[in-house]
Write a protein of this length. Structure first.
Length: 112
């Protein structure tokens, strides 16, 4: 089995991989009110606070490359680590979260 990728992935790398057609699953682990304010297009909302209750929704993602993001990168790092413990070996956290994404990738995106 190949080595797992680093636990964190940069906004630039995610953006480039999406542009190249890689089918990444973007998982927003923030709360619904945060997601309503701003989100990355196509992201699946699965709040960290609901992970255990909604764990069954992760099954179809087992063979996919999941990139978790939150506001600044702290929650997503914990969620990506937890996902790896659940068998999603390639789960990664978006370094700097959606705030860094807004700075580097989508400068017009609202920040909070």
């Amino acid at each position: 089995m190949p080595d797992a990728p680093p636990l964190e992935i940069s906004c630039q790398e995610v953006h480039e991989r999406i542009a190249q057609g890689d089918e990444l699953v973007l998982l927003d682990c923030r709360e619904p009110d945060e997601h309503e304010m701003v989100s990355i297009a196509g992201a699946m909302l699965l709040p960290m606070s609901q992970l255990i209750d909604r764990q069954a929704e992760l099954e179809p993602l087992r063979s996919r490359h999941v990139v978790v993001y939150c506001h600044l990168g702290g929650r997503s790092l914990r969620v990506a680590s937890w996902l790896r413990q659940q068998g999603l070996a390639t789960a990664q956290s978006l370094a700097g979260g959606i705030d860094q994404w807004a700075v580097e990738i989508e400068p017009g995106m609202p920040r909070y």
